[in-house]
Design a protein around this ligand. Structure first.
Ligand code: PEP
Ligand code: MG
Length: 754
């Protein structure tokens, strides 16, 4: 049976469209299980019906016509229970429905298995036998496995609009593909598949006729690709700050270095034809990164292949084809590169979608820098079939609607307009203090990591920087930045905000933030070598960074140093010793350096229960609720399969936060919240009720949270917190908070998933 299963799966995968795939399934399953009928029903969510979409054994005219309302018949029961139903005598079941339209005779044997994806029943795969027959375990699991295959094909069909066409006159249920929200905003436009340049894999292996001539051709191609890149980089000069433009420097460095260029020349001189020599060198380099476990390093492989294709194209043609981009282009691809993105004229580009990557990919960082909505890691993306389709990209929720129905389009149009209107209303909050109606002031700080994220709003509307993620500038380079480069970087932030405080977090690499030039291979990166664990093992990296921070703050005195991922007290003692050492060295070198304020981040459950002792050692506590939630709930914060369980409003997280605030306040240390939770209007009320001293968030959330704070009293926030702490799950917590916001007339602050 396994052999048959394998062959059917292959045929289904090779089918050009869903109709064919369904045809293959019903024909082959009927044969394999030796039944009289095999059919597939698909769910029409809009009309709340199960529709016969393919059959082998029933009349073909019935396809598309037999429609069973939800909960009717045995098909309805399979969907309702979301489990197989196996009956040797179906007509005697109380739910049995006799349908004449399909030419049914009273079939006795019945086995129906649900087709499920992401907890949703997309349809039913059913086999029928004229005589009574109870199906065996292996037949049930056979159908099960095929149903799982079909689920994937159905999702693809939905994405390309094919399902809508298949459902002919039927309205689409308005469904979407899911990915990772990587840059906020909504885009409505046309999908353009990122133009793929020359194909390295198509290059044949050959010997070189004239190696020296090939070397010259190659060097010339590299020179021209460098010029292309520089031109693209300068095109970005006005729109992108130096930090982000460093992405291009990394690519140019690869071309300037010995490894790619030198090795290709070596291969040519050993007799390989120039194009083959390039292909082999690129593959050797890319494969090293391919083999790495983490997403970020794998993306370096795509950078290398992208460069390879560019050089190959220059070897093959003098005039690369000019691409025409429609207005409102949404760039889409299996692996969209940062260079692909900047090739689209800025005025035409409205969004980016990629099947691979995450919010940490170069292209996502770039999209945020340019204010373009982006969704990454859309694993079900049928890239080959998307060019030219209309689409809606929801960067808040990580959704793509391909060929959306007018109802979805209208809804988004309305939301976009509402968003704009809300932005205008929010403008009124500018310049006003973040003060509750009963006079409690809360510090609203900015989370940032790239200079471009410090837009004017972030600078004018914040009380300072509550979290500067120093690893981002480290990630977009190809080596550790030296002391001087770091000083420049930190000085810019410290100066921009002075005299307001700026909390620079020491390097928090590892976990989901590896450095390409500092590869770490672990089976459990989030539980492994990350944050200050690396700093303690590599004091030279930590000391360089702290020296740079202290030097950068000289004369400004607004530096706060924040230590991430603290698990034990000894870690803090050792890190403070190193900070003091760095300061002593600088004093000895004659620099006037005042002592920085030091804070510990509470991100690990162990730190929650030692928070008082931790707080006593430092000046402030900052809670990283993103990681704290991840570690308390044991849910990988980046894993889409468990994204539904990740919830920073889980009652246990709330209780941990209450405890942290109480303990830190006991020793008079202020508490700041700097995870995503701080920028969520619903959660901000709870945090206010807990008595936190400040909230730190991205620029886009500042005015929204300020509006909430200015609309509520601390007393009311405490009351709401008390109510929230009494309920047993986060859904109920949300309901309480949502209701409170609605009553305050601020419900629209959370409707678009902002
Ligand atoms: C956090 O964990 O909440 C946090 C602010 O840090 P990061 O998201 O950078 O891990
Ligand atoms: Mg963290």
């Amino acid at each position: 049976m396994l052999e048959v299963l394998y062959r059917i799966v292959e045929e289904v995968n090779a089918a050009p469209d869903l109709g064919e795939a369904l045809g293959v399934i019903v024909r082959r399953v009927k044969q394999a299980v030796a039944v009289d009928v095999c059919s597939v029903y698909l769910t029409d969510f809009e009309r709340r019906e199960h529709v016969l979409r393919a059959t082998n054994g029933l009349r073909q005219e019935a396809v598309g016509k037999v429609r069973l309302p939800f909960h009717r018949g045995l098909i309805g029961l399979v969907c309702e229970r979301a489990e197989p139903i196996n009956l040797d005598d179906a007509p005697s079941h109380p739910k049995y429905l006799f349908i004449t339209e399909s030419g049914e005779m009273p079939y006795h044997g019945f086995l129906g298995v649900p087709i499920i994806q992401n907890r949703q029943v997309l349809g039913v795969l059913v086999v029928r036998q004229r005589t009574p027959r109870k199906f065996g375990d292996n037949e049930v699991s056979f159908l099960f496995t095929l149903a799982a295959q079909l689920a994937g094909a159905i999702i693809h069909a939905q994405a390309s609009g094919e399902l809508t066409r298949l459902q002919s006159s039927v309205e689409s249920p308005g469904r979407f593909l899911n990915g990772r929200p990587s840059s906020p905003g909504v885009a409505m436009g046309k999908l353009v598949v990122a133009y793929r340049l020359s194909d390295l894999n198509a290059v044949p292996d050959r010997k070189s006729d004239d190696p020296e001539k090939d070397v010259i051709l190659f060097q010339d191609a590299v020179r021209r690709v460098k010029e292309d890149l520089k031109q693209l980089q300068s095109r970005m000069d006005q729109t992108l700050p130096a930090e982000e433009r460093a992405l291009f420097d990394a690519l140019l460095l690869m071309l300037g270095g010995d490894s790619l260029v030198g090795q290709t020349i070596e291969k040519i001189r050993e007799g390989e034809w120039v194009q083959a020599a390039l292909h082999h060198t690129i593959e050797e380099h890319a494969r090293v990164f391919d083999a790495m476990d983490d997403v970020y390093l794998r993306e370096r492989a795509s950078d290398i292949r992208d460069l390879g294709r560019r050089i190959l194209m220059r070897l093959q043609t003098d005039t690369p084809p000019e691409m025409e981009y429609p207005d409102q282009t949404i760039l889409v691809g299996g692996e969209v590169s940062a260079v692909d993105l900047v090739q689209v004229p800025k005025e035409k580009l409205v969004g980016v979608v990629s099947a691979t990557g995450s919010s940490l990919s170069h292209v996502a960082i770039l999209a945020r820098g340019l204010g373009l909505p982006a969704v990454m890691g859309v694993t079900d993306l049928p890239v080959g079939r998307l060019d030219g389709w209309d689409a809606i990209l929801d960067g808040y929720r990580g959704r793509i609607y391909v060929s959306p129905e007018p109802s979805v389009r209208m809804e988004y149009q309305r939301l976009v307009e509402e968003d704009l209107k809300l932005d205008r209303e929010l403008e009124e909050m500018r310049g006003k203090p973040a003060e509750t109606t009963d006079g409690t002031r809360i510090g609203l700080y900015l989370n940032t990591g790239l200079i471009s994220e410090m837009g004017s709003l972030g600078v004018t509307e914040s009380s300072g920087v509550g979290l500067y993620r120093t690893e981002l500038p480290f990630m977009i380079r190809d080596r550790f930045p030296g002391e001087a480069a770091q000083v420049l970087n930190y000085r810019k932030v410290l100066e921009t905000f002075a005299p307001r405080p700026v909390a620079l977090r020491t390097l928090d690499i590892g976990g989901d933030k590896p450095l390409p030039y500092f590869p770490v291979s672990e089976s459990n990166p989030f539980l492994g070598w990350r944050g200050i664990r690396i700093s303690l093992d590599h004091p030279e990296i930590f000391l360089t960074q702290v020296r740079a921070m202290l030097l950068a703050a000289s004369g400004l005195d607004n530096l706060h140093i924040m230590l991430p991922m603290i698990t034990t007290l000894t870690e803090v003692d050792e890190l403070i010793r190193l900070i003091n050492q760095a300061r002593d060295e600088l004093l000895e070198e004659g620099h006037g350096i005042s002592p920085p304020r030091i804070g510990v981040m509470v991100e690990v459950p162990a730190a929650v229960y030692q928070v008082e002792a931790l707080a006593r050692r430092v000046d402030f506590i900052s809670v990283g609720t993103n990681d704290l939630t991840q570690y308390m709930l044991a849910v990988d914060r980046n894993n889409p399969w468990v994204a539904d369980i990740y919830d920073d409003m889980h009652p246990s997280v709330l209780k941990a936060l209450v405890h942290i605030v109480e303990e830190a306040h006991r020793v008079n240390r202020p508490v700041s919240i700097c995870g995503e939770m701080a920028g969520n209007p619903l959660a901000s009320i709870l945090l206010l009720g807990m008595g936190v001293d400040s909230l730190s968030m991205s620029a886009g959330s500042l005015l929204r949270v300020k509006w909430v704070i200015r609309s509520i009293s601390r007393k009311k926030a405490r009351k709401l917190l008390k109510a929230a702490l009494k309920v047993e799950d986060s859904r109920q917590v949300r309901q309480i908070m949502q209701k409170a916001l609605e009553q305050m007339g601020l419900g629209r602050l959370v409707r678009l998933g902002r």
